[in-house]
Design a protein around this ligand. Structure first.
Ligand code: 3EB
Length: 323
């Protein structure tokens, strides 16, 4: 499957799903024969873009509970919108359970999940931060994936949105076994201590979809990566230092994946990246910094949204082409 930001000109049967990153002022997108979801993640019309996932094959799909999905026999895409509510946990758990049921039934394994939560750092009806509320529901659904559920956690990101409850969308794969990786410089998120919330976040730092003949030629889905060392946020008030730590974390992660797979991915192998920046005035600095780090072959999109910890100022994620 491939990512593009072009308005969908692909033959409609080859579209797996479309995510529209829109400002709060834009109207809802029209219904489409493929999963089509709007995230209120663009501060203005200049930031708005389409994230289009396409296949070289014909895709089919439908609705399952609150998910809209499409798959082509090899790759699966689904999206769900969770309406805003005073507590998110139960609806998040039910949605993730639906994802687990449907992917299992169709024979797919999760590769990558993107999550956006409106007002992510605010308290819910019980005073629990909405991100932590979200993490509780997600963990309750994913913990019973298998006996050794952590082995199967996919790459993910969870960031803010400018309105709404939660939106999630994900990719899964059928015949190739995805490989999940941790960053040796970071505590696995599923082992974060309880001070970060009643249930740890459920994700791997990166997930590799191998190519036809092994890791080379595959795609590495890199999770949201931020200024977190061990389990602690470093440089809570310094955007320049957080950029440096984030870049180092990406480098450590790619080095580790390279050592584990006999490849040598680097930052210029990012085909596209999304950079989430909390404070609008930081955007030029952060964008410039990662343009230099990635080079000219990476398509970069910047979104001005909150991050899941109130002291994080930026987060970077994307897909690496494994040479
Ligand atoms: C961190 O390292 C930063 O909850 O799905 C990064 C990626 C983060 C994914 C998630 C959270 C998530 O903990 C936050």
């Amino acid at each position: 499957m491939t990512y593009s930001t072009l308005a969908p000109t692909t033959p409609p049967e080859h579209i797996l799903g479309v995510v529209r990153h829109l400002p709060t002022t834009a109207g809802s997108p029209p219904a489409a024969p493929w999963p089509s979801v709007a995230v209120r993640s663009a501060a203005d019309h200049d930031q708005a873009f389409h994230e289009v996932w396409t296949s070289s094959r014909t895709a089919f799909g439908g609705q399952y509970k609150n998910l809209s999905y499409r798959h082509d026999g090899e790759t699966f895409f689904c999206a769900a919108e969770i309406p805003d509510a005073a507590r998110l946990r139960n609806a998040v758990r039910a949605t993730y359970q639906a994802v687990v049921e449907l992917t299992r039934r169709l024979g797919y394994r999760l590769l990558r999940v993107w999550n956006h939560v409106g007002n992510i750092n605010a308290g819910n009806a019980d005073g629990l931060e909405r991100y932590r509320d979200f993490c509780q529901g997600r963990a309750e659904a994913l913990e019973d994936l298998t006996g050794e559920w952590r082995v199967h956690l996919p790459a993910a990101s969870c960031v803010g949105a400018l309105a709404g409850g939660a939106v999630l969308y994900c990719l899964a794969t059928r015949s190739r076994r995805p490989l999940h990786f941790e960053n040796p410089h970071q505590v696995p998120a599923y082992h974060y201590p309880p001070k970060y919330g009643p249930r740890s976040p459920s994700f791997a730092r990166a997930t590799l979809l191998p190519g036809d003949t092994g890791p080379a030629g595959g795609q590495l889905f890199v999770s949201g990566t931020a200024s977190v060392v061990g389990h602690a946020t470093t440089h809570p008030d310094d955007v320049a230092e957080q950029c440096d730590t984030t870049e180092e974390n990406l480098e450590h992660l790619l080095k580790h994946v390279g050592q584990q797979t006999g490849t040598s991915p680097g930052l210029p192998d990012f085909r596209f990246a999304k950079i989430y920046v909390r404070q609008a005035p930081d955007i030029p600095y952060v964008a410039g910094k990662f343009r230099s780090a990635f080079g000219e072959n990476t398509e970069i999109r910047v979104l001005n949204v909150d991050l899941c910890r109130s002291d994080l100022l930026l987060e970077v994620e994307g897909v690496v082409a494994m040479a």
